[in-house]
Design a protein around this ligand. Structure first.
Ligand SMILES: [Zn+2]
Length: 505
């Protein structure tokens, strides 16, 4: 079973005095978290246990019971009357922090050893345990009750005593059909909000490989992410390669204009003070502006990509791997802008991934190699141009239109790229299925998950020569491809010539 988790964020209405109680409650919670972090530091073998066992071990060390009346490090030294569920929430928070800290420490030690083994000087400082604690309180079952659509009772430490406080909830409702998890009180700048994770169990969708190989009615949504105005271009195609729908998601110019303006302001501020100080007060606010806008855009675009895939009934969304960011020349605002546009591509992928998963759609990536240079109809190299600007020949990076000299295909360059991305996913598994004899299938399947278009070609290289020739022969003659015709007829992958050409280069 797979799990879909969404966090529902709701604004709270509470009496002004209750804000102080929530603050006191969070302070106490963080004291308990810090206490358990120290206990774990003193007994670091606890981190090797599973989470349930670790919880049990920590309670035994700190909490007096009839069976174990004398704990080694009693929590009662901090406070006597901490509710069991409050304690457990704090233990789990401390375990999470300790795991992350020890993971970092371990990686740092490995890096140091590697550097020493090579005889290099190693100057990276080791990670330090957190010095301040600002965890939000989770209300485990027993610490909240009587939850309705617009109110909930929370058990909090008011600074004087434990008391039940009723708060009113506004904002979106909890979705139906989900199991409600432990709510958290979160400080949002100047008021307290309630974040509630809701979960739904579902049967995990089949893996991409199985879907492509076994489902003849599969539809996939291929996404090309760009640095230009059309940030994302999505196209849906079926197993035969028929293009069912295309969606352009714009807004790139607006966000890039905004970034350029703010980066310019940052640069001017710096030139005035003569110091490059990122944490400086006014620039801090400007950086935050950029970060928030970028994040917002990534959420907006990823949401639209997933919605489009959902509307079209696609069960797989395919992206290309991010290529390396090419160093750019130009002004500070231009370089900074491009760098952020590039980072946003990565963020759009990650946001789409979890959003799609919650809709039972799988996300995967293929090799970015030449996706915008190949023709989606015949696989030949395309001409990329701007209407009425350049002579219509050669490849002008970033130009909006393409024309294929071989098959006379004309169209939008990013749409062409998204089609190539989709075809590449089909080619990955079709080719595997075609070239392989059953005995080699097992060995392949593990690698295929990560495989890229380029790896496919390496696989072809690894095959014995005659089989390649046979495959190519079959393609060229049995299924001669008419100009402009749609691909993926029968089980014969017509991208084979393209793939083969890749490794001949
Ligand atoms: Zn073509």
């Amino acid at each position: 079973m797979a799990q879909a988790t969404i966090t529902i964020k709701q604004r709270l209405n509470y009496a002004p005095g209750h804000a102080a109680a929530f603050t006191a409650n969070q302070e106490l919670f963080n004291q308990v978290v810090a206490f358990y972090f120290d206990v774990i530091q003193a007994h670091s073998q606890i981190l090797d246990l599973g989470s349930q066992d670790a919880l049990r071990a920590l309670e035994r060390l700190t909490h007096a019971t009839e069976k174990y009346p004398n704990p080694v490090m009693p929590l009662s030294a901090l406070r006597e009357d901490i509710p069991a569920m409050f304690r457990r929430a704090a233990i789990n928070a401390a375990l999470g922090l300790a795991k992350s800290f020890h993971g970092n420490l371990k990686r740092w030690r490995t890096r140091r050893e590697k550097a020493h083994a090579k005889g290099k000087k190693f100057t990276d400082r080791p990670p330090v345990p957190p010095r301040s604690w600002n965890k939000s309180v989770s209300f485990y079952a027993g610490l909240w009750r009587e939850r309705t659509v617009n109110s909930v009772m929370l058990k909090v430490w008011t600074g004087v005593c434990w008391s039940w406080i009723k708060v009113r909830i506004s904002g979106r409702d909890l979705p139906a059909g989900y199991a409600v998890g432990s709510p958290q009180l979160i400080w949002h700048g100047n008021e307290w909000w309630l974040h509630t994770p809701v979960e739904q169990a579902f049967t995990a969708p089949a893996k991409v490989e199985e879907q492509v190989k076994e489902q003849t009615t599969i539809k996939i949504c291929a996404v090309d992410l760009n640095l230009g105005e059309q940030i994302a271009v999505c196209s849906v195609q079926n197993a035969e390669g028929t293009i069912l729908a295309t969606c352009f998601i714009g807004g790139g110019d607006a966000i890039s204009g905004f970034r350029k303006m703010v980066l310019g302001r940052i640069a001017r501020n710096r030139s005035k003070t003569g110091i490059i100080a990122e944490g400086e007060q006014d620039n801090g606010a400007l950086w935050q502006k950029i970060r928030r806008r970028d994040d917002n855009e990534a959420h907006r675009i990823s949401r639209r990509v997933v919605q489009f895939a959902l509307e079209q009934g696609a069960s797989v969304i395919v992206f290309e791997h991010l290529g390396a960011l090419k160093p750019e020349k130009g002004k500070y605002s231009r370089r900074g802008n491009l760098k952020r546009a590039y980072w946003m591509k990565g963020r759009i992928f990650h946001y789409s991934k979890y959003k799609a998963w919650n809709e039972r759609i799988i996300t995967c990536r293929v090799s970015p190699r030449n996706t915008s240079r190949d023709c989606a109809s015949c696989g030949e190299k395309v001409i990329r141009y701007t209407q009425g600007w350049h002579p219509q020949e050669g490849y002008t990076p970033g130009a909006p239109l393409v024309r294929c000299p071989a098959c006379q295909m004309r169209g939008h360059a990013d749409r062409n790229a998204s089609l190539v991305i989709g075809q590449r996913l089909f080619a990955r598994y079709r080719q595997a299925a075609k070239q392989e004899k059953p005995q080699s299938r097992r060995g392949r399947s593990g690698r295929v998950v990560k495989a890229t278009g380029v790896i496919v070609s390496q696989d072809a290289q690894r095959c014995e020569q005659p089989s390649i020739l046979a495959a190519r022969h079959g393609d060229r003659h049995e299924h001669g491809i008419a100009q402009g015709e749609v691909f993926w007829m029968d089980e014969c992958p017509p991208s084979l010539p393209t793939q083969l050409r890749l490794f001949e280069e």
